[in-house]
Design a protein around this ligand. Structure first.
Ligand code: NAI
Length: 696
């Protein structure tokens, strides 16, 4: 008879076999209730003389998928996972775990504490803790190496990667693969234990062969691959302790786990994890989206080909429109190349690639052919006249109810919408390059955009596997608006004494994947040059203008594509361009500036303060809903280091009052650029935080 133990763990006795089922939908997270009920159930069954074997399995789509995210960042309440694991391992009655779905983190630790493990075919296992700034804290760093050896355990635990059941079997993490329902396999596995056909053992009693070379190699590799991250090195330290007797190793693991839990990186990584989910809370949340079956894209350049690829990979039929046959062919070739990349990465089969190119993708030079699409994304030149002309034409040809989206980077979407008789259907869907890879999608809501069109933008993002952030209309929306502001700081610093490479080094030291001058060289310096020329007439007279980048472009140096920019690309590693150093020296002299030195800290402080200041303005103006939306934009679209949580999260680690002080100090040199944003002023006065503004 099934007997309820609380609501989350069920015990069922079949003669001398006891089945323990975890039932904590949706993913059987190892919540406090599950930990407590599991401990209680195992203790009771271990004392029950009728029971000769216990099989632990889970109801629903997965075995325990890991910790309960609602408990993240909160003080843990006993029994801890480590206690449950100890109870399982020390039980006198043999316990077999039957795992399925995504058995990750604490779920895998529970399984490893049982005396045998059977996985359903298709099971995925892994230790994702490192991605949240932690180490596995339920004995995983001690038990995994006892079955896999040190090298494989290091690989799994320091990367957080997931592996399939067959790899897990090869590594020794599981003993058998079976098929059937978890309950049926639990019964057959328990029977196999009783008949001696499935061996049981306590992993904690095994010993690990010390491998100091593997430990040293992992430490060394991580110093290069994850120089800024705290947790991966801590994983190595914990795995190294697995050569100790189990209880000593577990004590070492516990101490290291607590150290990670107290680290600021941990809090930032948890914030980044939640940011991905928080951005989904929008005012239009309850509104049903429009039907999305067929898509259309206009413009098959850099962005259009990437957007088309993303849509095709997500299973949409797409019609791509271009100006002429030649441009269409270029677009088609770029899409085919992107799909080839997906095949190489194992994301797409050869057959599917061919199928997509022959049936799902249609091309045309006639906008009338897009009429049947449910949503069209315009990605033509960044030119208002071209865009309004296209939207006027779309208004005439598209079926009623079609969503008309623009991928513009900066232009006013209200003006674009006004070119149609149906501005309610017009929205900005701002993708990031390369559009089939980058996860961010800014959903830009114009004045007249209707709620169901916004909901459709979010629904599309989900189908494309992207993270949608709601933004309002302004020059550059959330991301590019803030970036245009802080990028100026790089130029000011160069003019005042720092070298471009010193600035890149300082910001890479902070954790940015690439410094701003290297990014400029990569993107092509000519693009920003064109935009500066376009804006020259309207540039405010008081704004400090640094002509260095113009001089570099005038010399024909556009970055990587011309072999020269801020750096020279003539070998395996770029080197600073000496001619740029000469231009900088001349411009400083012309402006009568005596260069001074800037420490890496001051460079980072100025750069981040500018980013945060503009972020505060974007919030105050309602362009972003919450600080966390800005964090998500920078984390998922601009390579902001995850372990710093995002610019607004980082702002709270400095504090509003300190930021206001900084701005006032910088304003002594440039009062036009450095002004205190009203929101920051208010937070400083009230002792408030950006985090508090994230609350519902
Ligand atoms: P691109 O120059 O690579 O591609 C534009 C394409 O539009 C060209 O292939 C051109 O033939 C086509 N086109 C021009 N007029 C057309 C018309 N009347 N009908 C049909 N096709 C036409 O430009 P890119 O970089 O792809 O940018 C496109 C849009 O996306 C711009 O609004 C840009 O601001 C925006 N964007 C660009 C990003 C980037 O990183 N390049 C990032 C996000 C947005």
């Amino acid at each position: 008879m099934a007997q309820r133990k609380g609501q989350v763990v069920t015990v069922e006795k079949l003669g001398n076999i006891a089945l323990v089922a975890v039932d904590n939908p949706p993913v059987n997270a190892l919540s406090h209730a599950v930990r407590a009920a599991l401990t209680e159930a195992i203790e009771a069954l271990d004392a029950d003389r009728e029971v000769e074997v216990v099989a632990l399995y889970a109801e629903g789509r997965t075995f325990i998928a890991g910790a309960d995210i609602r408990e993240f960042g909160k003080p843990p309440v006993p029994p801890f996972t480590i206690d449950v694991c100890r109870t399982l391992e020390n039980a006198a009655t043999p316990i077999v775990a039957v795992i399925h779905g995504t058995t990750l983190g604490g779920g895998l630790e529970i399984a490893l504490a049982c005396h045998a493990r059977v996985a359903l075919d298709g099971t995925i296992v892994g230790f994702p803790e490192v991605t949240l700034g932690l180490i596995p804290g339920g004995g995983g760093t001690q038990r995994a190496p006892r079955v896999t050896g040190i090298t494989s355990a290091l690989d799994l635990i320091t990367t957080g990667k997931r592996i399939g059941a067959h790899d897990a079997l090869t590594l020794g993490l599981i003993d058998e693969i079976a098929s059937g329902t978890p309950r049926d396999v639990a019964i057959s596995s328990a029977t196999a234990v009783l008949s001696g056909n499935l061996a049981t053992r306590r992993i904690g009693q095994l010993t690990v062969t010390p491998d100091p070379d593997a430990i040293a190699a992992a430490t060394d590799t991580l110093r290069k691959t994850s120089p800024h991250h705290f947790a991966p090195q801590k994983c190595v330290e914990a795995v190294a302790a697995s050569t100790l007797p189990i209880e000593d190793g577990i004590a070492a693991e516990r101490a290291i786990f607590l150290e990670c839990q107290a680290s600021p990186q941990r809090a930032a990584l948890v914030h980044a994890f939640f940011a991905e989910r928080a951005v989904d809370k929008i005012p239009e949340k309850g509104t049903p989206p429009r039907v999305l079956e067929a898509l259309a894209v206009i413009g098959g350049g850099t962005m259009g080909s990437g957007i088309t690829t993303a849509a095709l990979l997500a299973g949409f039929p797409v019609t791509l429109a271009e100006r002429d046959g030649e441009s269409l062919e270029k677009g088609r070739a770029a899409i085919a190349k992107n799909l080839d990349g997906a095949v190489k990465r194992g994301k797409l089969s050869e057959a599917r690639r061919t199928d997509i190119l022959t049936t799902s993708l249609k091309t045309t030079t006639d906008l009338a052919d897009l009429a049947g699409a449910d949503l069209v994304i315009e990605a033509v030149f960044e030119d208002m006249a071209v865009k309004t002309e296209i939207f006027g034409a779309l208004d005439r040809v598209m079926k009623p109810g079609a969503v008309l989206a623009t991928n513009t980077s900066y232009l006013d979407i209200d003006t674009i919408a006004a070119a149609t008789e149906r501005p309610g259907d017009v929205i900005g869907l701002h993708f990031f390059s390369p559009a089939h890879i980058m996860r961010l999608l800014e959903v830009v809501v114009a004045q007249k955009t209707t709620a169901d069109v916004v909901a459709t933008g979010f629904a599309l993002a989900k189908r494309l596997g992207k993270i949608a952030v709601r933004a309002g209309v302004c020059d550059g929306f959330i991301g590019n608006r803030i970036m245009s502001h802080y990028r100026k700081v790089g130029d000011y610093l160069v003019m005042d004494g720092a070298s471009p490479e010193a600035i890149d080094d300082a910001l890479e030291g902070f954790g940015l994947a690439m410094g701003p001058f290297k990014v400029g060289d990569l993107a092509g310096l000519d693009i920003a040059w064109a935009s500066r020329k376009r804006l020259a007439a309207t540039r405010p007279a008081d704004e400090r203008y640094i002509p260095i980048a113009d001089r570099i472009c005038e010399a024909g140096w556009f970055g990587r594509k011309t072999g020269k920019g801020y750096y020279v690309y003539d070998g395996p590693t770029p080197r600073p361009n000496p001619d740029v150093a000469a231009i900088i020296a001349q411009e400083r002299q012309k402006a009568g500036i005596v260069p001074r030195t800037f420490s890496a800290e001051e460079i980072v402080d100025r750069y981040l303060t500018a980013m945060i200041s503009e972020g505060a303005r974007v919030l105050d103006e309602g362009i972003a809903l919450r600080p966390v939306d800005i964090d998500a934009v920078f984390l998922f679209g601009y390579g902001f280091p995850r372990h710093r949580g995002g610019p607004m999260f980082y702002a709270d680690t400095i504090g509003a009052a300190a930021l206001v002080e900084r701005i006032k100090t910088y304003a002594a040199q440039d009062a036009y650029f450095w002004t205190v944003p009203p929101l920051l002023e208010r937070l400083a006065a009230e002792g408030g935080t950006f985090a508090a503004l994230n609350a519902d």
